[in-house]
Design a protein around this ligand. Structure first.
Ligand code: DHB
Ligand code: FE
Length: 327
């Protein structure tokens, strides 16, 4: 059985890719963002997923206004980086996982999500920038990628609720896959930004931070918001945040936050990255008290508590019990 082991929310601002490609990551403007990334990169490296399901929107690169699939899944062996008007980025092409992609396609369609099948699809900054954020500048990406493209360009996009439900269908498909694979899933885009019109430049930090907090603990709020609320609060391109709901739907009800960075501004956009793992199984207070120390430390770490075998066992135990509301 394949398993979803990690969930990521990540902005996909094209200038972040350009900063990396042109050696500008330490030039002052970009330092606050890039200086935070090693912890996220270590987290994903340690988890070593085999496949990353990467949810993004095409920005008129593979598709145009002539053809707008609401949800499209890439089932190809390879995806080339798109030329978005200034040449293709000189970064590795993206290797797919056709077998898992076809399995997800079949399972989701039979479950009522009529995905468009893309046998050929160039991927743009929506896909490549999150890869840069998490993997830097390798000779080849260390993970296979299943790109899932969502229409958030032409009204009406899918609702946040529909995206969340698709995430659940994807998770079911992954868990029914006959093969041992560690799978991570990323929802990209956002956070608040508007690139055109009267409100061009909109940033709403309060909304963004609430979105991140709710994504972890109280996601019904994000899932049940209307398009109008997303656009009013987060700007016209803030609607991209509905794509993070596909990731959230694929994770457990309870998740542990492993990394977060929120930075204003990157280009015209509030840049957000958040990393989740599924929360460990719930245990009773008695079961926790009976744990041997190394197991307790591992359990504490899985709950997001920094604990080490050299700490006093009593302290770790107290932290775990209090985190779970037992004391
Ligand atoms: C920009 C483009 C995007 O697609 C996005 O999500 C954020 C920012 C930009 O052009 O700056
Ligand atoms: Fe975008």
């Amino acid at each position: 059985m394949a398993k979803i082991i990690a969930g990521i929310g990540c902005s996909h601002v094209p200038a972040v890719g350009a900063a990396s490609d042109h050696g500008k990551t330490e030039d002052g403007y970009w330092t606050p963002l890039f200086a935070a990334l090693p912890a996220a990169r270590k987290w994903i490296k340690d988890l070593a997923p085999d496949v990353l399901i990467l949810v993004y929107n095409d920005h008129a690169s593979a598709f145009s206004l002539e053809l707008i699939p609401t949800f499209a899944i890439g089932v190809a062996q390879w995806f080339e980086n798109a030329d978005e008007g200034y040449g293709r980025r000189q970064i590795p092409n993206v290797e797919g996982h056709p077998e898992l992609a076809w399995h997800i396609t079949e399972s989701c369609i039979l479950d009522g999500f009529d995905l468009t099948i893309a046998n050929k699809m160039d991927v743009d900054h929506g896909c490549s920038v999150p890869l840069t954020v998490f993997f830097g500048e390798p000779a080849a990406w260390p993970v296979k990628v299943i790109p899932i493209c969502v229409n958030v360009i032409q009204y009406p996009p899918p609702t946040a609720r529909r995206c969340y439900d698709l995430g659940k269908a994807i998770r079911k498909a992954v868990e029914e896959y006959d093969g041992e694979l560690k799978v991570a899933i990323a929802g990209t885009g956002g956070m608040s930004h508007q690139l055109q019109g009267e409100r061009s430049g909109v940033i709403n930090t309060e909304f963004d931070v609430n979105y991140l907090d709710n994504l972890r603990d109280n996601n019904d709020v994000n899932r049940d918001r209307s398009h109008l609320e997303y656009i009013r609060e987060a700007g016209s391109e803030g609607i991209e945040l509905v794509m993070w709901q596909i990731m959230r739907g694929a994770m457990n009800e309870k998740v542990v936050e492993k990394f977060r960075k929120y930075h204003v501004a990157s280009s015209n956009t509030a840049f957000g990255v958040i990393c989740f793992e599924n929360a460990p199984e719930e245990k009773s207070a008695a079961e926790i008290k009976a744990m041997k120390e190394p197991v307790l430390v591992e359990y504490a770490n899985a709950l997001g508590i920094t604990a080490h075998v050299n700490d006093l066992k009593k302290d770790t135990l107290e932290k775990v019990l209090s985190k779970l509301g037992y004391s």
